[in-house]
Design a protein around this ligand. Structure first.
Ligand SMILES: [Zn+2]
Length: 257
C-alpha cells in the first residue's frame, strides 16, 4: 500500500514544506483520507484518479481542499466525487460548507455527465469498501465526533487515529488486527500546552506516551498532525520518549507500507 501525506505549503523553491497545516493522506493515488490540501497539492495523476474521499471529521484543516477539488474538476467529472463520512459530518458539510454562502451546493449540481458529488455515509464500527480498500471506521476522542480508520488492501493494514485525545474504543480493535503494518497517530501540541490539548481534544508527547501503553502491536509508529507552530518542540519532546519504531511521517514522501 502506497501512502502519501500531501504537503500543505511550499517554500520559495517550490519544494514541499515539512510544516503540516492540513491533513490529506492519499492511498495508492486513488483514495483520499481527509481532504485538507487535496486540491492544492495533489499530483496530476491523483487529480485524475481520486474520486473517493473518506473524511474523519469536518474540521477545516481536514476538509479545506474538498470544495476546491470538486470546483477544479467540475466540468471534467464523468462520475461524481464520492464523500464517505458519518451522517453527522455530512450534515455539517451540507449546513456549513456547501450552502451557497460559503461554497456552491455541489450535491445538487450536475454537469453534462451527471451529478458531480455524492455522499455515502458510514457508521462507526462498521467496515465498508472503497475501491480496493477495506476500511473500518472507529470512534476516537476529539472535540467533535471523529473517526479513526483501519485501512487494508488485503496485504497491508494501517491504523490511523487522525485528530484525537485519549482513546478507548480505538485500541481494542487495533490490537485485535492481525499483522498491522503501521500506526499513524497525531501529536498536535507540546507538553507545556497540555491545557489547550485537553480543551481541544488533542495529544501531547506525554499523553501520546500514555496512549501507546495501550498499543500492543510491534510495528512502525508514524506521528502526524503536529501543529506547525510547535513542530520543533514536539519533535524534541517525542525524541526524549525514546519509543521504539516511532518517527515523524514525512510530508510529501510516498511510503510503501
Ligand atoms: Zn480536528
Amino acid at each position: 500500500m502506497k501512502l502519501q501525506l500531501l504537503p500543505s505549503t511550499f517554500d520559495e523553491s517550490e519544494k514541499a514544506s515539512c510544516r503540516q497545516h492540513l491533513a490529506c493522506f492519499i492511498v495508492d493515488d486513488l483514495v483520499a483520507f481527509d481532504a485538507g490540501s487535496l486540491a492544492m497539492a495533489c499530483s496530476d495523476k491523483q487529480r485524475d484518479n481520486v474520486r473517493d474521499i473518506v473524511l474523519s471529521h469536518a474540521h477545516l484543516d481536514h476538509i479545506a481542499g474538498l470544495p476546491l477539488f470538486i470546483d477544479d474538476l467540475y466540468s471534467a467529472l464523468t462520475e461524481p466525487v464520492v464523500v464517505h463520512a458519518t451522517a453527522d459530518v455530512i450534515d455539517v458539510l451540507e449546513r456549513d460548507i456547501f450552502n451557497w454562502s460559503v461554497y456552491p451546493k455541489f450535491s445538487e449540481l450536475a454537469n453534462e455527465f451527471g451529478p458531480v458529488m455524492a455522499y455515502r455515509s458510514f457508521d462507526l464500527g462498521s467496515a465498508f469498501s472503497v475501491q480496493h480498500l477495506q476500511v473500518t471506521p472507529l470512534a476516537v476522542n476529539h472535540r467533535v465526533p471523529t473517526a479513526g480508520f483501519i485501512i487494508s488492501d488485503g496485504r497491508s493494514t494501517v491504523a490511523m487515529s487522525g485528530d484525537t485525545s485519549a482513546m478507548d474504543a480505538f485500541w481494542p480493535t487495533v490490537n485485535e488486527t492481525e499483522q498491522l503494518t503501521a500506526l499513524l497517530i497525531e501529536c498536535a501540541f507540546p507538553n507545556e500546552l497540555e491545557d489547550l490539548a485537553e480543551i481541544s481534544h488533542h495529544l501531547t508527547p506525554r499523553s501520546l506516551a500514555a496512549e501507546l501503553e495501550k498499543f500492543e502491536a510491534d510495528c512502525p509508529i508514524h506521528i502526524i498532525n503536529i501543529k506547525p507552530a510547535f513542530r520543533d518542540t514536539v519533535i524534541a519532546q517525542l525524541g526524549e520518549l525514546k519509543i521504539k519504531g516511532l518517527a515523524i511521517l514525512e510530508v510529501g514522501k510516498v511510503y510503501d507500507l
